[in-house]
Structure formats: structure tokens, C-alpha cells
Ligand binder design. Structure first.
Ligand code: NCD
Ligand code: ZN
Length: 335
């Protein structure tokens, strides 16, 4: 039976939520990943040292039996340097959301006035805190990410020492800008390596394929595949696995977010094998992220086997992508 082993898989963009949801889903990521960048868009968002420390404790309490490192983040505000110095040891990055652009982002940034952001972004550059960005404008939904490229350029030019991570990129425009600035990096989800808008609304409307940013055109999918499959050194895997209870997805107003965490590695194996690029998966799911973030996760070895896996109908009250469908790979062992 064909197997493939991954060392220290990392999920560089993950929503773990809080309360019962956290308790239900965190163990799933902790099983197959060594660590994850944990998003701060709780209600209310994570904005203080106390918030970060308390949230990390709740995460660790939810994953008692596995080794898993939650790399903590703060929700971007125009913080001053003194505050950033006080939190730098507790966080791995700061996540910036444009106000109101996605789930729980109301307290985000409403104007990209570089001068207003200068103190914070210069302090982050000095303290070597990466900036993770949800890069969408409030324009027409299919153009939001492409329109944001000028803001990425402005940030990259004004803060050349700041590591800027374009989160969950979905367009050929984002792929094209990656090599233009030394300080730009990107995460890519598993669902954006599979879906186009057709898979969301081209036939029956698929609530479990709906997320922000929305899946784009075939040429965008091709551009994402080209950098992911080559494990471009500035690109890393970040699932953006974003669980919502079933009743919030299968509703007249469907919440944005796709739940992929427990099956992400299995699906990635299938995609990389399909293109005969399995040898690059290790860099995409771990090595690149270790280099970019300068992190050194504890040892974990995940062996996948080419054996059919039927995706469960639900994990607790969350419906995953491809529920009840067969995947080609399953996880054989984790050590
Ligand atoms: C995320 C969520 O549900 O928190 N939703 C999503 O569609 N990706 C927020 C985000 O990352 O945009
Ligand atoms: Zn997200």
C-alpha cells in the first residue's frame, strides 16, 4: 500500500473558536498538526496580553492528550510600541482585518491611512512581528482581492522590514505580486486549490463551499496550484478552516467559512499526488512556514496511506467540506 509521511505539519491560518466549539474541534487539528497560527477573531476579538494568555490556556486545556503548539495572534489595532513590547513574547503574528469584511471583523481597520498605521507597523518591523492580512476591499465580491493589491504594495513599500503575509490568496494577481516585494509572503488553503466559483454557485448553491475570500476563476485556481505544487518558498499552507454550526451554514443567510482541518492533509496528498508533486508537499505544509516564521515545532510524524476515507457527515455540529464523500488518502498513524 502506498504511504506518504509528513513531518511536523503546520497550519498557518486556523480558526479554533472558543467554548464548546473549541473543545470539539481543537483536538482534530492537534491530532494531525504540530502547530497552527490561531486566528484572533473571537467575539470580542483578542486584543490584550490577558486575552492572548487566557485564550492560549483554553486551547491547551482543549487538547490535553496531544502535543500541539498554538501560535497566538492579536487582532490588529493601531497599538503603540510599548504595548507591543509587552506582548511580543506571547504572540507569533498580528492579524489585520478590514472592518466588516468577514466573520467577526467589525472591529477591524476602516482606513488604510499609512501615517495612522506607521507607529504600529514600524514597531512590528523592529520587534519582528509578522503582519497577517485579510486582503479584501469592500468592492464587488469577485474583485475584492485583486483591488487590495495596491494596499499590499503600499504596505510592502513603506515597511520593507515588515513580514507581510497575504492570507488565503485566491487570485492570479496575488500570485503575481509575491515575487515583486521581498517582504511579501502568502498562505493558501486546501479549498482554494480545489474550488472555483462554479463549485459554489454554478449549480446548486453549496453553503459548505462558501467562504471569504470566495473561490474565483479557473485561471486563478491554476495560478494558485502553480505556486503550491512547486512549494514556492514564500508560500505556506494555511487551512483557514473556519467551523460554523450546521444551522448557521444551512440557512437563508449562510455564514462564511469552510471546515477542512481534519481532512486537509488527506486532500492535499490527493492533489499533490494527482500532479505528481508529492515530494513538494513537505515544504508546502511545514518547511516553508518554519523558514518564514522562524519557528521550530516539536517532532511529529504523520503517515498517510492511500486507502479510501469516507469523510464523516459531521464533526460535532460542524459539516466539513466533502461530507460523506470518499477521499483517496487516509491518516494511518501519528507519532
Ligand atoms: C472566517 C471565519 O469564519 O472566521 N471565515 C471565512 O470565510 N474564511 C474568517 C476569515 O478568515 O475570513
Ligand atoms: Zn480565516
Amino acid at each position: 500500500m502506498k504511504t506518504h509521511t509528513l513531518l511536523m505539519p503546520l497550519d498557518m491560518h486556523l480558526h479554533l473558536r472558543d467554548g464548546v466549539m473549541l473543545e470539539n474541534i481543537a483536538p482534530l487539528s492537534a491530532y494531525s498538526f504540530s502547530g497552527a497560527i490561531v486566528m484572533p477573531n473571537l467575539v470580542p476579538p483578542v486584543t490584550s496580553l490577558e486575552d492572548v494568555q487566557a485564550y492560549k490556556k483554553r486551547i491547551m486545556a482543549a487538547v490535553p492528550n496531544d502535543y500541539f503548539e498554538p501560535y497566538m495572534t492579536l487582532f490588529y489595532k493601531n497599538y503603540d510600541k510599548k504595548f507591543l513590547e509587552s506582548v511580543v513574547d506571547e504572540i507569533t503574528a498580528i492579524k489585520l482585518y478590514p472592518a466588516g469584511i468577514t466573520t467577526n471583523s467589525d472591529g477591524g481597520v476602516s482606513s488604510f491611512d499609512i501615517e495612522q498605521m506607521r507607529e504600529t507597523l514600524e514597531a512590528m518591523s523592529e520587534l519582528e512581528i509578522p503582519l497577517c492580512v485579510h486582503g479584501e476591499t469592500d468592492g464587488f465580491v469577485m474583485d475584492r482581492e485583486a483591488e487590495f493589491m495596491s494596499i499590499y504594495e503600499l504596505l510592502a513599500q513603506n515597511f520593507p522590514k515588515l513580514k507581510i503575509i497575504m492570507e488565503h490568496i485566491t487570485t492570479k494577481e496575488a500570485v503575481a505580486i509575491l515575487d515583486k516585494y521581498e517582504n511579501l509572503y502568502a498562505t493558501i488553503t486546501v479549498h482554494h486549490l480545489l474550488l472555483t466559483l462554479d463549485d459554489v454557485i454554478g449549480g446548486m448553491m453549496m453553503p459548505h463551499h462558501f467562504c471569504k475570500p470566495i473561490a474565483k476563476r479557473p485561471e486563478d485556481l491554476d495560478a494558485l496550484l502553480s505556486v503550491a505544487l512547486e512549494a514556492h518558498p514564500k508560500v505556506m499552507f494555511g487551512s483557514d478552516s473556519a467551523p460554523h454550526p450546521q444551522h448557521k451554514k444551512e440557512a437563508s443567510g449562510c455564514a462564511a467559512g469552510i471546515f477542512t482541518a481534519p481532512i486537509a492533509l488527506q486532500i492535499l496528498c490527493e492533489i499533490f499526488e494527482q500532479y505528481d508533486k508529492l515530494e513538494n508537499l513537505q515544504a508546502f505544509v511545514s518547511d516553508n512556514a518554519q523558514n518564514i516564521y522562524g519557528i521550530c515545532p516539536e517532532f511529529k510524524e504523520v503517515t498517510l496511506v492511500k486507502e479510501e476515507f469516507i469523510v464523516p457527515e459531521k464533526y460535532a455540529n460542524v459539516v466539513p467540506i466533502y461530507a460523506q464523500n470518499a477521499l483517496a488518502w487516509s491518516i494511518e498513524s501519528v507519532e
